[in-house]
Ligand binder design. Structure first.
Ligand code: APR
Length: 251
């Protein structure tokens, strides 16, 4: 692993433009369960029954009670971990430019990342189905489920359900940055959900080196990963940042 970390650091300090794509795995050490794999949310719930827009529109009360209330409790108290902080360090060292995240937990911004593309939206906000008014989820009264807007409409989390489009600006900017970067860090994603999972392929097709940080192999590992760092993000990132720092001129 030490050799892989040194080779990754060498690539990062010599890179022209570095982008990170992150998934649920980077937030596991913040106490937020992943979606897939052991202990994943989709082991407990069928995503088509609780995370598809049709399911929400058909029965918002059940989706609120089954999924949203639980997620809200976990997300309201979660804090960034060494994985998120490592990306902030790389940004402050001038090595990393942008984070494209599939996560709706807002932990990259809380850690201090300044350019974060929220590919699947953000759970910290709710939006009214009728008047589209947006409010902070910490301000909603949950004594009545589903919570209602003053206009009488039902509030939904301002994140992307299955069956919905990715916000246009987030999609276009992510595709452009993936095509332009020369190194992509792919951290904590199973790389199985489109269109996010195609960003590393776009990067690779445009000549970028793909660095994967994940304790488990993914469909990318054997196919396009140049440096698969099979480790948990919070354990790996501080070591990677230290190796990068060593290579940069002091001061
Ligand atoms: N550090 C790094 N990676 C980890 C860690 C960790 N500590 N723990 C688990 N992982 C890896 C797992 O091995 C797995 O490959 O993180 C990945 C999590 O995969 P998923 O749960 O599928 O999460 P993600 O890829 O973000 O899911 C994509 O699917 O359900 C939808 O909208 C949801 O954004 C989500 C999308």
């Amino acid at each position: 692993m030490a050799d892989l970390i040194q080779r990754t650091a060498e690539l990062l300090v010599n890179a022209r433009q570095v982008v990170a794509l992150t998934g649920a795995g980077i937030s596991v050490e913040s106490g937020i369960p992943p979606f897939r794999g052991k202990g994943g949310l989709w082991e407990k719930f069928d995503p088509m029954e609780v995370a598809h827009i049709d399911a929400f529109l058909n029965d918002p009360e059940t989706v609120w009670n089954l999924l949203i209330k639980d997620m809200k409790t976990v997300l309201d108290t979660a804090r960034p971990n060494a994985g998120h902080i490592g990306l902030v360090d790389l940004e402050r060292l001038g090595v990393l430019q942008t984070v494209i995240t599939q996560n709706v937990d807002g932990l990259h911004q809380l850690a201090g990342s300044s350019d974060v593309i929220e590919f699947h939206g953000n759970f910290a906000w709710l939006r009214c189905l009728d008047c589209s008014q947006r409010i902070k989820s910490t301000e909603v009264d949950l004594t009545r489920i589903p919570p209602h807007c003053q206009c009488g409409g039902i509030f939904r989390p301002d994140c992307v359900f299955f069956g919905e489009m990715i916000p246009h600006e987030a999609l276009v900017r992510s595709q452009q940055l993936s095509a332009a970067c020369d190194v992509m860090l792919v951290i904590g994603t199973s790389a199985t959900v489109q269109p996010a999972a195609s960003m590393p392929l776009i990067a690779k097709d445009n000549g970028a080196d793909i660095i994967e940080i994940n304790p488990e192999p993914t469909p990318l590992t054997a196919r396009i990963s140049d440096l698969p760092l099979m480790s948990a993000a919070a354990r790996l990132m501080p070591r990677l940042v230290a190796a990068v720092r060593q290579r940069l001129p002091a001061g």
